[in-house]
Structures are given as C-alpha cells and as structure tokens.
Write a protein that binds this ligand. Sequence first.
Ligand SMILES: Cc1cc2nc3c(=O)[nH]c(=O)nc-3n(C[C@H](O)[C@H](O)[C@H](O)COP(=O)(O)OP(=O)(O)OC[C@H]3O[C@@H](n4cnc5c(N)ncnc54)[C@H](O)[C@@H]3O)c2cc1C
Length: 479
Amino acid sequence: MYDIAIIGAGVIGGMTARELSKYNLNICILEKENDVAMGATKANSAIVHAGFDAKEGSLKAKLNVRGSLLMPAVCEELGVKYKNNGSLVIGFNDQDRETINELLKRGKRNGVEGLRIVEKQELKHMEPNLSDNVLCALYAPTGAIVCPYELTIAAIGNAMDNGVNLKRNFDVKSIETTAIGYKIKSKNDSVEVRFVINCAGIYSDEIAKLVGDDSFEVHARRGEYILLDKECGDVVSHTIFRTPTKMGKGILVSPTVDQNLLLGPTSVDIDDKDDKSTTQDGMGQIIENAQENLSFVSLSKTITSFCGLRAVGSTGDFIINSPKKQFINAAGIESPGLSASPAIAEYIIKLLSEQGLTLTKKQNYNPIRESVHKFFEASIDQKNKIIKDNPAYGRIVCRCEGITEGEIIDAIRRNPSACDLDGVKRRTRAQMGRCQGGFCGPYIAEILSRELGVPFENVTKFGGKSKVNIAKTKGGKIL
Ligand SMILES: Cc1cc2nc3c(=O)[nH]c(=O)nc-3n(C[C@H](O)[C@H](O)[C@H](O)COP(=O)(O)OP(=O)(O)OC[C@H]3O[C@@H](n4cnc5c(N)ncnc54)[C@H](O)[C@@H]3O)c2cc1C
C-alpha cells in the first residue's frame, strides 16, 4: 500500500520521486526494465537548453527556462557533472539569419538571459573549428551540458536513500480503480496506491488509456547519434546547433561532460516504439551535417553509434495534467524534457496538492548524494589513501576509462544498484571507452556474478534475455 506510484524510472519519474521524497509519503517507482534510465533518458543530446526554442507561453517554454535555472543546484546536490558551456545556433544564409533573429526575440520573450547575435569574426574566435561558411549565430550563454543517465541514477538513488522504493521489471499491464485510489498490476505483481503519476515516456499514452484517458497519442521519432573519442572533445567548446526546422533542433555538434564529441540526432518519425536501430541513412546524414558545420572532423575517431526515441505527443506541448481523480500524466515529454525535468517535478507536485495530497516535510530529508570516488581524477596522494582503505581501488578493470574494481563494486552495491553490464557502464563509464567493453566486459561480468550471487552465465547485458555470450577465462585459457 503506497501513497504514490510513479510509473517509469526515466529522468521525469526520477526527478519527481526525489522531489516527493522530501515529504512524509510512502512512494514507489514502477519500472518495466531491469534498470532505471532505460528510455529516452539514456539516449539524447544531453543539453540543458537555454529555453529560446519553445513556443512562448507553452509549458515547454516555461518549464525549460525554470528547469535550466534549477539544474546547477540540483547537479551540485546530487554530485553530478554539469557544465555551463553555452550554445550557438549557427546560420549559413539569409534565411537562417531570419530564423535566428526570430529565436532571439522568442528567447527574450521566454525570459532567457544574455542572448545575443554573434557575427562571423567573433564566432571564429569563439569556435575556431567552425566552417568558414558560417555567417552568424545566436549565442545563449546559459546553455549547458549534463549526463542524463548519471543525473537520473543519482536522483533515484537520492530518492531511495530518502525512503522511496524502486520496483524493477514491473511492466504495468492494468490499472483498476479502488475505494482509496488504484490497483496497479504487472504480470506477476501488484501494488495498491492512492495516487498515480504516469511518467512512462513513449508508452505514456498507453498507460493513460488504462484509466480511460484517450485524449492524446504519443508516437516515436528516431534520433541517431555518432560518438567520437575523448581526443575530439575539444573540437568545439560550445554546443553547436543548426537553425531549427519543424522536425526539431537539427543535427548538433557538442562536447559531452565526459569530454567526448557527440554528433546527431537525426529526426525520423517511425511506427515501432521499440525500434532503436541505427541506419546507414542516419549515419550518412550525421556525417554530411557535421562536415558542413566544422572545417574538420576526424570520423576515424568514432567509438560508437546509438539511437534514442523521442516521445512526440499529439498536442505539440508537454501533456502534464490530471485527467482522472488522483491520476497525473507527465506525457509527451520530448525535448526539452531533460532540461525542464526539475521544473516538471515541481509542477507535478503542485498538481498533486491540488488533487488533495497532504504534503508535510520530512525532518530527516537529506538532499545530498555523495559522488563516488572518481579514481582516475584523484591525485597520487588521494589514490594511495583510497587504495589503502580499499585495495579493490588498486585494480584497474576498464583500461580505456581508468575505472577500478572498487568503483564497479560500489556501483553494484549502491542505490539504485547496477544489476547488469550496461548498468555498470552507465554508473562508472567502464566499457564506455574505445574498446566498448571488448577487453573489460568479461571481468565486469565476473564481478557482477560474484557480487549478485548469480551464476556467471546468467549475467545479462541489460536484463531479460540479454545473456552475454562471454567465455570465462583463467590464465589466458577459456574454461
Ligand atoms: C534523440 C533525443 C534527443 C534529445 N535531446 C534532448 C536534449 O538535448 N535536451 C533535453 O532537454 N531533452 C532532450 N531530449 C528529451 C529527453 O530525453 C526526454 O524529454 C526525457 O528523457 C524524457 O524522460 P521521461 O522520463 O519522460 O521518459 P523515458 O526516459 O523514456 O522514461 C520512461 C520510462 O517509463 C518506462 N515504462 C514505459 N512503459 C512502462 C510500463 N508499462 N510499466 C513500467 N514502466 C514503463 C520505460 O521503461 C522508461 O524507463 C531528447 C530526446 C531524444 C530521444
């Protein structure tokens, strides 16, 4: 019996859970996957947008501007990397300049601080590797970058440390009305709750239909990316956008908080809500665009490609409402959902309070989540001390990123614990480097097997049937 169930452990469910964990409430998060941050939250551009793009007066605009203001403090409390690198929307011709002028006006009306147009000469100083064909740009100094899954894992971890319960592999199949609220069922489990918050991303329309709300639809829009090695992380320092079209903000070039270079996303509407494949067309489009934007980009430094699915709602705006008593939708949260997430959490709590939820602050709420030891970033003295306290930090498992066994064990033991290879990857960056787990994958599988007490052959990549076909070795021999 819970006061509140949050369906979906993406950035919206996670930030909402954390915000609600400040109050004396019994809360659970229901997630259909084996881990948190498995939907759009794990595959996006990672930009904290300044807020000039969304239509004036829309929820997207209001919550984006507020969210980007709140984000630095949230990241500080959660020990999550955040970089205020600023963004540039570049223009190549008169038509682009017209759009850029419109964005400047819209941004000012939305309340975005510090926006201005930058001309070619200044632009070349700011970004020497931009193409010579770029004429001007809209500069947004408040634009920033963050790691979306690191933020979500930390928000949910902090919520759990403050009493929230996470139920993984709970695929919501039905929701029945009861005398006090709702009974939510998966295939093998059920929970009774007073309030439901629907944060199910691309499936949020299907969850809403379970309580009879068919007022909106959500469809998938594919966005593919190419990720370049850390060697390329300083090719640009700002996030570089093309001028937007009705299909979105276009293909960008951006550094990541972990110093990689990100190229993408494409924008293609698709029918299948589970199709996260990358395509030859998509890769071609990204490469062509990146080569137009930059005077030089070394594509031989590509380390991986991936795809995220935008949850495009049928209303054109975020759908955050209460269609039924004690039921809240946070649906169709496409971009700028990550940027807006702290503000969306606040907005949902306001709706819950209007729905009759009593909010009394917890005496012992702790907003701080200590960041883990980042062994690679520590000084020699710090490293020696860490290893003395725990020798597992003296064993490097992921050579590309310099991640130790100590960090991997910590990720498996800490809320919300990593239960599979991808879970370790998102928490520690082990397998994120050039070899993409080719070298360290088997060692990590071994640590997972030992720590979770499961047979080695049952370790999965991302839960379910994704068992990894890794042979166990000893002394260079396959056992
Ligand atoms: C290509 C792309 C680029 C983007 N770039 C940016 C950007 O740069 N900046 C920005 O601000 N925003 C960006 N966004 C948007 C941002 O990623 C999303 O707004 C945000 O991640 C949405 O979070 P969410 O929690 O609503 O959804 P999700 O992260 O999709 O989470 C929904 C969760 O619900 C779970 N779920 C679904 N159905 C069920 C069920 N039946 N039972 C239980 N659980 C269920 C899913 O498994 C998932 O974990 C981008 C999105 C994409 C796809």
